[in-house]
Ligand binder design. Structure first.
Ligand SMILES: C=C(O[C@@H]1C=C(C(=O)O)C=C[C@H]1O)C(=O)O
Length: 101
């Protein structure tokens, strides 16, 4: 192990930053789990009442809303949009599966 590796593992300031990152990552996972539980219920409901899996108008509204929130929070709106589109794509895949069952 080089000196810089040892410093990285024992640096108390870095360890403090990383504890915060660990907490934030855990919160993200819990929030995503909650979101997917709700979208699972939406998928089952849409399958029951024969609504299409995707709703592009709702997606566009959500993306516009989150881009604005991202700007206000000094987060890159392009990144926010890509992140939300990535999640929505997975949700729609679940909804399509729910419709097939
Ligand atoms: C969850 C829904 O289904 C899809 C997924 C969305 C989402 O994950 O935000 C938004 C619109 C739909 O394409 C919905 O219609 O509300």
């Amino acid at each position: 192990m080089s000196n810089s590796d040892e410093n990285r593992d024992t640096d108390p300031q870095l360890a403090k930053f990383r504890r915060s990152i660990d907490n934030i990552d855990a919160a993200l996972i819990h929030m995503l789990a909650e979101r997917f539980q709700i979208t699972q219920a939406v998928g089952e409901y849409k399958a029951k009442v024969t609504l299409p899996p995707a709703d592009p108008d709702r997606e566009a509204r959500q993306i516009a809303r989150l881009r604005k929130l991202a700007e206000e929070a000094q987060l890159d709106p392009e990144f926010s949009e890509k992140f939300l589109r990535f999640i929505i794509k997975e949700v729609i895949r679940h909804h399509e599966k729910a419709r097939e069952q």
